[in-house]
Design a binder for this molecule. Structure first.
Ligand code: DC
Length: 238
């Protein structure tokens, strides 16, 4: 199957994958790790979210797999990381769709569309095109298992759903968004279940990924842990 067949090639730019469930801090960790290494980033979840936004505009229902796959192959996404790494603006064509992208509803629809094999296949080439010199930090659910199985550095972040719901709650409150903690926890649990039980590219750690339980650990410590492992590997190789 095409999804599983990326060949190992020493000529390809290096990739560091960071997978894990929603709200585990992958996005923030990825931006900081990439910034330290001077590498590019790929927020693969944003591609699924942009598809959810684009499909809404075209009134394509989540049941129409083929129309969604066609749309997925056509969407034009552009990322703009703020210089202080506090945020990434996401553009669909030339339009900033970031606020719409960040809603819980968009996450849920993205997760439903992400369960469709034809959609995943359509987004595969788009994701692999981000692999450019000097290297790529890619975060998502299947970066280490399907999209970049030959990545030399693979990490899988975990934390209890309660901790993730609390973190998300704090983030949204800080942004002045009113939410109910119990609702967030339900949404996280539902999304985890859908993402990890789907038949195509489910959320599972790659066999060769380092698993980091981030419960009670600061973002800085997770970043340091990842960078130390990269450094150890690079020093050994030279
Ligand atoms: O990381 P996120 O919350 O922005 O992702 C939104 C949804 O997209 C997530 O619930 C499942 C899907 N997704 C996926 O299936 N594979 C990825 N590599 C990234 C995201």
């Amino acid at each position: 199957m095409e999804c599983q067949s990326a060949t190992k090639s020493p000529q390809l730019p290096p990739v560091l994958t960071i997978d894990g469930p929603s709200g585990v801090g992958k996005g923030t960790v990825s931006l900081r790790v990439a910034n330290q290494l001077g590498w590019h980033t790929l927020d693969s979840g944003a591609l699924y979210r942009v598809l959810a936004v684009a499909s809404r505009r075209q009134a394509i229902p989540v049941t129409d797999e083929m129309a969604l796959a066609t749309l997925a192959s056509q969407i034009n996404v552009h990322f703009d990381i703020l210089p202080d790494l506090s945020d990434t603006r996401v553009y669909l064509d030339a339009q900033d769709v970031t606020p719409e992208l960040r809603t819980e509803t968009c996450g849920t629809v993205a997760s439903q569309m992400a369960a469709l094999p034809a959609v995943r296949q359509a987004l595969l080439a788009k994701q692999r095109a981000f692999r450019q010199l000097p290297g790529l930090v890619a975060d998502g659910r299947d970066m280490g298992t399907v999209v970049f199985p030959d990545a030399p550095f693979k990490f899988f972040l975990t934390a209890s759903s309660e901790e993730r719901a609390h973190r998300r709650y704090k983030q949204l409150k800080q942004k002045g968004i009113d939410v109910i903690l119990a609702d967030l926890l339900n949404e996280i649990n539902e999304r985890d279940k859908r993402d990890s039980t789907r038949t195509t590219a489910p959320l599972v750690p790659a066999a060769d990924a380092s698993i980091i339980d981030t419960t009670g650990i600061s973002i800085e410590d997770v970043v340091t842990c990842i960078l130390n492992q990269v450094l150890k590997h690079t020093t050994k190789a030279t």
